[in-house]
Design a protein around this ligand. Structure first.
Ligand code: SAH
Ligand code: SF4
Length: 343
């Protein structure tokens, strides 16, 4: 049996035609599952009996198994899901005034080894399939019975290490016959896998790109992000320039504020010099504590001063309040483990 959520509309059209059905049947199936929230092929009364029988014997449309569901005081929700091979992942739902946003996981564990991130504490055991990424959204949508308007690929894992599945996932959720999540409402965050930034620049979809920069120079970035040894800042920014030239889109740089590490105002000055002239903005992220690490978040006054210094020097920056910290659902607190610390 195949997981139906692994199929882009194109894939499904080809598959159904090869098996004696019509191209438009694929659109009917997409419409049924994604738009109408159908959970069972037998309910699809507008399809012929032979097609329903074929779908039943060929495809699974199961949601993920919910192991736990926590709701934080700020109404962020965290789901622990079990996959068909027994492994677990986390997915986060954030309710904003502009809509419901889901933070999707792309790998089980992460090998990038950033020194501050809980997701990297567990080495990658495998990539998620496109279907498992789609299922995170479908399962949450079925549970909350509300439309999902925004998606960020910022959960566990490095999506650009799982590039093909991530791109097919975007195709599926963006399809007008599927979940219809606008490309401009989808953001992929990477720690900076340079060759994939070039590939991403060539993709015709207007999806947002966020880059985890976290330091304005190589010495400091290498200390906290080992990927910088392979793809140092010059190479990263060259790829970013290319991406902006090709897509004419603005890039987001994420910068976690770590007390006493990268939050001195001299780093704000260095960062503004580095980014001057690039069509970008900086998303300053408050550090969410992780038990296993000694890092501390920058105090509010200093974070605000860092933000203001960037703005004064002509770099647009935002500093938001994190959501979900009390249930470990904030950036960098997600992990592929059943019970925290029980490992
Ligand atoms: N692997 C990708 C996407 C997932 S991480 C990447 O690194 O970009 C999403 C964001 O959360 C990244 O910017 C990451 O650096 C940040 N992050 C990691 N640990 C964090 C923590 N403890 N507190 C706040 N942000 C964190
Ligand atoms: Fe992986 Fe991103 Fe965490 Fe780094 S910050 S360990 S790349 S999930």
């Amino acid at each position: 049996m195949n997981n139906l959520f692994n199929y882009t509309l194109n894939n499904l059209e080809t598959h159904l035609v090869e098996n004696g059905f019509k191209t438009f049947n694929a659109r009917q199936v997409f419409d049924w599952i994604y738009k109408k929230g159908g959970t069972n092929f037998d309910q699809m009364s507008n399809l012929s009996k032979p097609l329903r029988a074929y779908l039943n014997k060929s495809f699974l449309i199961e949601p993920l198994t919910v192991v736990s569901h926590q709701i934080s005081s700020d109404v962020t929700e965290k789901f622990l899901f079990r996959l068909s091979d027994g492994q677990v992942i986390e997915t986060v739902l954030m309710k904003h005034n502009y809509g419901n946003s889901i933070c999707v996981t792309s790998q089980i564990g992460c090998n990038m080894g950033c020194s501050f991130c809980a997701s990297g504490l567990y080495k990658k055991t495998r990539d998620l399939t496109r279907g498992e990424m789609v299922q995170q959204i479908v399962t949450v949508k079925r549970l909350i019975k509300k439309r999902i308007s925004h998606v960020v690929v910022m959960g566990i894992g490095e999506p650009f290490e799982n590039y093909d599945h991530t791109m097919a996932f975007i195709d599926i959720i963006n399809s007008p016959y599927g979940l219809e999540i606008g490309a401009r409402h989808i953001t992929v965050s990477t720690s900076g896998i340079v060759p994939r930034i070039y590939d991403f620049a060539k993709d015709p979809k207007q999806v947002n790109l966020a880059i985890s920069l976290h330091a304005p120079n190589n010495a400091l970035r290498t200390k906290i992000m080992t990927i910088n040894k392979v793809y140092p800042i010059e190479k990263l920014l060259k790829a970013v320039h290319y991406y902006i030239k090709e897509t004419n889109r603005r890039v987001t740089f994420e910068y976690i504020l770590l007390a006493g590490v990268n939050d001195d105002l001299k780093y704000a000055d260095e960062l503004s010099n580095l980014l001057r002239g690039i069509n970008c903005y900086v998303n300053l992220i408050r550090y969410n504590p992780v038990d296993e690490f000694n890092y501390k978040g920058t105090p509010n006054d200093q974070a605000k001063a860092f933000h203001d210094r960037l703005m004064k020097r002509g770099i647009t920056a935002t500093l938001r309040h994190e959501k979900g910290g009390d249930i470990d659902a904030a950036c960098g607190q997600l992990r592929s483990k059943d019970i925290k610390g029980n490992g």
